[in-house]
Design a binder for this molecule. Structure first.
Ligand code: HEM
Ligand code: HEM
Length: 84
């Protein structure tokens, strides 16, 4: 998801004829040729991927909280490192 989302965003912007700047340092080359119908499809792909990531994130955070408060193991503490 962390790879597919930026790639689909880049593809959508290219298809929509919008240049993509890499943090203001340089402009990325277009991934696709400009095409309105293609831009709409990539927009759907980007939105679906974004929602999938959001659902996975909620599940992932829920699982971390379950480990901490219900299973009572050190999973979340281990991730936080020395501070805990
Ligand atoms: C982890 C990376 C990313 C996440 C989580 C993300 C997430 C999202 C979300 C949630 C939306 C709103 C979708 C909607 O409800 O319409 C969106 C829209 C958009 N994203 Fe991304 N995005 C990411 C990366 C990128 C990148 C790298 C680009 C461009 C190179 C990009 C370009 C856009 C554009 C142009 C829109 C507006 C689309 C429209 O209104 O039709 N995104 N993104
Ligand atoms: C896009 C965001 C995230 C990604 C891609 C991600 C990815 C991962 C991956 C790949 C692992 C390793 C799984 C394994 O070894 O089997 C992991 C572990 C973990 N993640 Fe995330 N994670 C994200 C966000 C979060 C957030 C927001 C939390 C906050 C609660 C969280 C809590 C944890 C915990 C507690 C572990 C287990 C650490 C351990 O075993 O020592 N993650 N995550």
């Amino acid at each position: 998801m962390m790879l597919a989302l930026p790639l689909s965003g880049w593809a959508m912007s290219s298809a929509g004829d919008h240049p993509v700047s890499f943090f203001g340092l340089f402009t990325l080359p277009p991934l696709l040729m400009a095409d309105e119908a293609l831009a709409e499809i990539m927009s759907e792909v980007h939105e679906t991927l974004a929602w999938t990531l959001i659902v996975l994130l909620v599940l992932h955070v829920g699982a971390a909280l379950r480990h901490h408060f219900i299973v009572h193991d050190g999973t979340l503490r281990r991730m936080l490192g020395r501070a805990s």
